[in-house]
Ligand binder design. Sequence first.
Ligand SMILES: O=C(O)CCC(=O)C(=O)O
Length: 270
Amino acid sequence: MVEHVVVSDADVGQRVCAALEADGVVVVEGAIDSDMIARAKEALERGAREDEAHGFQVRGSAYDPDELNVRVRNLPGKDAVFREMLELPALRAVVTGWLGDSVRLSNFTSNTTLPGAGAMALHADQNPIPAPWPPYPCTVNVAFALDDFTPDNATRYVPGTHRESGPPAWHGTHPGAVPLCGPAGSMMFMEGRIHHQTGANTGTTPRSGAFAFFARSFLAPQFEWHRGILQDLRATLSPWLREIMGFGQSGGTANFIPENAAASTTPAPR
Ligand SMILES: O=C(O)CCC(=O)C(=O)O
């Protein structure tokens, strides 16, 4: 049973971290409202058109079996609505509660899986870390559900694999994978070790999700934000956004400033 909490619940950060420890996945309902969902969907359609016009690949990625998953990158550089998502207090509480204060946004991409799409390769989000993995959490993925995630279209995960110390086999079928379901507007947290994939879309409608992937700051981010966030936009970012996109003092530096070390509740991992 996946734990579902509501974003307005007391101690949502602690409850989500406890559920991540136990299950590796957890759903926070009511995180974004219908206005944000509509803005995000409009921005994704525009972003996909712009990326295709620039010659960037949005369909047929190496980990998809067909051209029916539309993946848009650099979401915080594309529209304010995605930067607003990153500012949500519950997201910040969970990310820093799970990974500590010295943390980076590694990537923020979307996937719109169209009816008929096949399943993505099974993977863990921290696949690039050489196995055996450290015994402590290194990464966490926050999926914003822009449509209902249902058994017909949801991300699928293999229960218990957040306790593994390495990635799954890339190829093959995965009968043990189960859907991670939640209503539109949810934030769905996935511990970075959990084995998962975009499930096949056997429904009749597209399903969109936006995936904000966080990592401890000693890991190189997957996306180079200095390429995606231009100078004018950088100047408008909040201190939190500057930190997590590598324009601030993190990357280890923050841990060597005495007042930050005193305020941090999580020891630096080295
Ligand atoms: O599209 C999905 O449901 C999952 C996407 C995913 O697994 C990922 O971005 O790592």
